[in-house]
Design a protein around this ligand. Structure first.
Ligand code: C2E
Ligand code: CA
Ligand code: CA
Length: 691
């Protein structure tokens, strides 16, 4: 997670969950409480009104019934006081007198009664205008009269019909009726309910005000609780946010560390650890960028390789190796102009990229003091550098291809021991060849395509061939003749060198035993042992088995090893050598002098022979240094009583000088090229002599 995201997330949590959420909850709580209050009060008022109305109506009804009852009682009293029994007909005089007195009591009184006679006329009514009227609403009078006869006690009708009330609401009344048999009249009394609404509302208000007061107190209490609750939430929010910020800054700190690590990794993925220069990928990216720019410019990629750098590491340790790399870096930095790019593309390989119109690549041959001599704590270390140059235009080409071409050119230079090469497309072809060799090797082994040639070694004492070196040969239908230097390193990498070596050793032992059987004058047989092979599992047992199976005397055999064989593990190498020496096999250091510190190995390894490398023999005549070196090798070897072989002797002159220097054995084209066993037999018969 990025730091920005973290900050965003923290703010979101604080805002959304700790600030907004409680606030929304609060608003909801207060809102609900308010709505609740409103709803409650509305419902309460409605229900109180209803109940007050009901009670009021009941009360008024009771009043009416009482009035009617009292009147009936009064009629009974009047009847009895006039000496009339139940069922007696009321005399018209008494009837009229009684009704008149009732009328007087009733008139304009709201708590009135009315009486309807058998003719369905009002004989008593609060409004005297309605007495004995035929024009009033007959329907209503009939309805009242008939209802009473039928036993109904309550009727509803509008009072408007009789009393000129203004509205229906004002005329709404409840009426109690009774039929009084003795008097043959219908008696009734009603109450107007026009004041019921006001009465109920004012009554309800009194009640609800009381309840609502109580309720709003409760609500206030709730709001108070909410406020306390909100306070607690805000308090918790503060604590939580404080904690959250603490965690945030802790995480932020971790993220900063991660970011730093990321940057470091990104840096490491693009820059060399030791020199801080852009690495292979960054160099290739740089070329990619050049190719994106305006087209047409010409550039050069120069790869500079420190020859034998691995040996420095092995001999002096990585600290010294790193120092040399840094010195080379500073030298390059000093020589470069501002348009140049400098990279460090492999352990011991640097890259320089320059724009040809501005500058050409660094002439390392001129800068030998800078690139080839290193003062490490007072000890001078001399190295050589190799150059491979690729010319390119910034067309649509990939940086990785340009770098690869440089590497192919460098490989070509190494294989051919050249110190300056310009890339050419045939080098890619040689890399194709490399690929093909690798693919065809396994089949070639099974198909027994390998055979052996022998190059004689001649004694400087009598010019006689006293030994041969076995050299492997490979002819392939597709590839033609493949040089050992082309396929042996590949076979080593693929791990198939052991099979080839076994073939060579078996073949060579058999051939030489048949050309020159064991005996006093028998030829020696030198066999090349490749690096890694010596230390491989079962090398000792396997070798002894082969030699025994061919019957050759092991003391005739010399194993040639190079510095690469023993460099990494001298004690281990010594142990193997000792085991093979125990059965009589001798050992020789091949290519002597080319290694970094050859002379120093002489005292460490129990070898019997030294083969001075052909490069010294080549320079022997013209180069005094080479001459002196050969001389000193011979001197040391003589002291150690080692046999000295000079290889690559091509001229009479060389042969003579080596003879004068008392070199023991000579090998080279001057005497014979490597030949097959038939030709070797002939040469031995001819008893080739030194001229
Ligand atoms: P090396 O052991 O130094 O073998 C000597 C090489 O020098 C041979 O090359 C030989 O043909 C060549 N040579 C001999 N006399 C002269 C001369 O007067 N002038 C020049 N310029 N060259 C001369 P070759 O046969 O091509 O072998 C090259 C290398 O391949 C050998 O170098 C050796 O390291 C390796 N090699 C050859 N055969 C075997 C083998 O059976 N096993 C192993 N492990 N390596 C082998
Ligand atoms: Ca050799
Ligand atoms: Ca050699």
């Amino acid at each position: 997670m990025k730091r920005k995201e973290l900050a965003k997330m923290t703010d979101k949590v604080l805002q959304r969950y700790l600030l907004w959420l409680p606030s929304i909850l609060m608003v909801c709580a207060i809102g609900t409480s308010f709505i609740n209050q409103q709803l409650f009060s509305n419902n309460l008022i409605a229900s109180v009104i209803t109940s007050v109305e009901e009670q009021y109506i009941a009360m008024r009804k009771a009043e009416v019934v009482e009035r009617v009852d009292t009147t009936i009682k009064m009629l009974d009293v009047i009847r009895q006081s006039n000496g009339l029994a139940d069922g007696d007909i009321i005399p018209t005089g008494l009837f009229n007198k009684t009704m008149n007195s009732f009328q007087l009591l009733n008139e304009n009184n709201d708590g009135y009664i009315f009486v309807i006679n058998k003719n369905k006329n009002f004989v008593v009514h609060r409004n005297s205008d309605n007495l004995f009227r035929d024009d009033i609403d007959d329907k209503v009078v009939h309805y009242i009269y008939q209802s009473a006869i039928n036993g109904a006690s309550w009727v509803e009708y509008s009072d408007k019909a009789f009393n000129n009330r203004k509205s229906d609401a004002e005329a709404q009344k409840i009426t109690h009726i009774r039929y009084v048999e003795d008097w043959d009249v219908v008696l009734g009394s009603g109450e107007l309910l026009h004041d019921i609404k006001n009465y109920s509302e004012s009554e309800a208000k009194l009640v609800t005000d009381l309840v609502l007061d109580e309720k709003s107190n409760q609500n206030l209490f709730h709001i108070l609780v909410f406020i306390i609750f909100a306070g607690i939430i805000y308090y918790l929010k503060n604590i939580t946010s404080q904690k959250l910020y603490e965690y945030k800054s802790a995480i932020e700190e971790k993220l900063i560390q991660i970011e730093e690590k990321d940057n470091e990794i990104a840096f490491r993925s693009l820059y060399n650890d030791v020199t801080g220069l852009p690495n292979r990928k960054a160099t290739s990216d740089y070329i990619d960028n050049l190719c994106l720019q305006e087209k047409g410019e010409e550039y050069q990629l120069q790869l500079i390789d420190i020859v034998d750098f691995q040996k420095v590491n092995n001999q002096y340790g990585f600290a010294v190796g790193d120092r040399i790399l840094r010195q080379v870096t500073s030298a390059l930095e000093e020589l470069k102009d501002e348009t140049m790019f400098i990279g460090h593309v492999a352990a011991d390989q640097f890259a320089v990229i320059c724009q040809k119109s501005v500058s050409l690549c660094i002439d390392v041959a001129k800068e030998t003091e800078t690139f080839e001599k290193f003062d490490i704590c007072g000890e001078m270390i001399s190295l050589r550098v190799r150059n491979a140059v690729v010319n390119f235009k910034n067309r649509n080409i990939l940086g990785s291809i340009i770098v690869r071409n440089g590497e192919l050119a460098m490989k070509y230079a190494k294989a051919n021991n050249l110190f300056h090469v310009n890339y050419s497309s045939f080098m890619s072809k040689s890399s194709e060849r490399h690929f093909k060799i690798s693919n065809l090797l396994d089949f070639a082994i099974e198909n027994k395509e390998f055979y052996v040639h022998y190059q004689p070694q001649v004694s400087t004492l009598n010019g006689k061939i006293i030994g041969v070196e076995a050299l492997v040969r490979w002819d392939n239908v597709e590839l033609g003749r493949v040089a050992p230097l082309d396929f042996i390193p590949i076979a080593e990498k693929k791990g198939t060198i052991g099979k080839i070596s076994d073939l060579v050793l078996t073949q060579a032992c058999n051939d030489i035993q048949s050309v020159s059987p064991n005996g006093e004058e028998a030829l020696t047989l030198s066999v090349n042992i490749s690096p890694n092979q010596l230390m491989s599992k079962r090398f000792v047992e396997n070798t002894i088995e082969i030699i025994e199976s061919t019957g050759i005397d092991p003391s005739r055999i010399v194993f040639e090893i190079t510095e690469g064989t023993f460099l990494n593990d001298i004690p281990g190498t010594v142990a193997v050598i000792e085991q093979l020496k125990a059965v009589g096999i001798k050992f020789s250091i091949d290519d002597f002098g080319t290694g970094y510190s050859s002379l120093s190995y002489l005292s460490k390894l129990p070898v019997d022979e030294v083969k001075i490398d052909k490069s010294f023999i080549n320079d022997l005549v013209e180069d005094e240094d080479a001459y002196n070196l050969v001389k000193s090798i011979l001197a040391v070897a003589n002291i150690k009583q080692l046999t000295i072989v000079a290889e690559g002797v091509e001229t009479k002159e060389q042969s003579q000088i080596l003879g004068d220097l008392a070199c023991h054995l000579l090998q080279g084209y001057y005497f014979s090229r490597p030949v097959d066993v038939e030709n070797l037999t002939k040469k031995i018969k001819d008893n080739l002599k030194v001229e």
